[in-house]
Design a protein around this ligand. Structure first.
Ligand SMILES: *Cc1c(COP(=O)(O)O)cnc(C)c1O
Length: 360
């Protein structure tokens, strides 16, 4: 009989702070595929795997943290949750809150979130407000509201989010039979970097793995506060999910890097889009631009001679490509691709496809 994955709270109940009093608000998140990427292995000489978090219910890893955060919020009697978001947190908060039968209010930077994510928050009945400011401004207001009004904050400054997200590391260890040598993630608020590091640490402590992977995290060049060691007032990148100038988990990420002999690097938007194309065209995995920075980071480190041949490397790709598909339709010079239109005729189509007729 087919076994249905039960969501991360039930699957990892023994490793999370939940009890019989915790209502399990789940949409079946987690259990995402870890996919071998032969094209990336060939390019780097490493053994490369992709953890495809776009396969979560709302299309990003945020669901792992949101199942935990909303379940704990409801356990504590919350009737409404609030978050600031570059898009995916709002989609997840809206979906889990609607499932729980409570309200979600989400604050997003005006004009700066992808259409698919905006549609999700609205579809799931969130109260969505566009703030005339950037993500960091939205988070400040959300924290303020949670401190002074009856709303429960579900940004990753809420430790329940990190706890839920650490389960992705457990899944990687289970599939590989050990931790990888290197794990690469995109960095926005650095919550996920922190979560993986915690998850791998716990796996090691339990004896499920023999090592802690080196944690590599990448930020976009125009939005790289951790890499450069200072707040970016007006972060800019096409990778909207990581357009964050003052990461909430900055200090935790520095500790995690220290602990894992990790690395932080910055990647240009051009290289992000190149990697985005490589992943979709050569590996068959479609992600949003922010996710592709993991691939770009791998290629950059490999070119720098920093990825040992034969080592096992896992890349987390954080969100689904359908959330923000416009980038797939752009060429390197910025023009938009429009598919060729052909007459309703087989020979015409064969001609355009460059097919020569087979004689029978
Ligand atoms: C939230 C998000 C990130 C950044 O994760 P942090 O935990 O904020 O560092 C990266 N990619 C996508 C698609 C996201 O939604």
């Amino acid at each position: 009989m087919a076994h249905q994955w039960r969501g991360v709270l039930r699957e990892y109940a023994d490793r999370l702070d939940i009890s019989d009093a915790t209502p399990i608000i789940t949409l079946g998140e987690g259990g995402t595929p870890l996919i071998p990427a032969p094209a990336l292995s060939a390019r780097t000489g490493a053994n490369v795997w992709v953890k495809y978090e776009g396969m979560n219910p709302t299309g990003s890893f945020k669901d792992r943290g949101m199942t935990m955060a909303v379940s704990k919020a409801v356990e504590h009697g919350a009737k409404a949750v609030i978050c600031a978001s570059t898009g995916n947190t709002s989609a997840a908060a809206a979906a889990y809150a609607s499932h729980a039968g409570i309200k979600a209010a989400v604050l997003v930077p005006e004009g700066k979130i992808a259409m698919g994510k905006l549609a999700q928050a609205i579809a799931h009945n969130a109260e969505l407000l566009q703030i005339r400011g950037n993500f960091d401004d939205c988070l400040e207001i959300a924290r303020d509201l949670a401190a002074h009004y009856p709303v429960h904050l579900v940004n990753s400054v809420n430790n329940d989010r990190i706890e839920g997200q650490k389960t992705a590391a457990f899944e990687v260890v289970e599939v590989l039979g050990d931790a990888p040598d290197i794990h690469i993630v995109p960095i926005g608020n650095a919550g996920n970097y922190t979560a993986y590091s915690r998850g791998y640490g716990e796996s090691l402590a339990r004896g499920d793995s023999t090592k802690h992977p080196r944690m590599f995290g990448f930020q976009a060049e125009g939005s790289a506060p951790i890499v450069h060691g200072k707040i970016v007032r007006n972060p800019e990148t096409i990778a909207s999910a990581i357009r964050i100038g003052n990461p909430a988990s900055w200090a935790l990420a520095l500790t995690a890097r220290e602990l894992t002999n990790g690395y932080f690097g910055a990647i240009s938007d051009t290289h992000i889009l190149e990697a985005y194309r490589i992943l979709s065209a050569e590996v068959g995995i479609f992600v949003e631009p922010a996710s592709a920075i993991s691939v770009a980071g791998l290629l950059e480190r490999a070119a720098a001679g920093q990825i040992p041949k034969g080592s096992t490397v896992v890349l987390t790709v954080t969100g689904h490509g359908l959330k923000d598909p416009q980038w797939a339709l752009k060429t390197a010079d910025g023009s938009t691709i429009t598919p060729t239109v052909v007459e309703n005729n087989t020979d015409e189509v064969a001609g355009v496809l460059g097919l020569a007729k087979v004689s029978v």
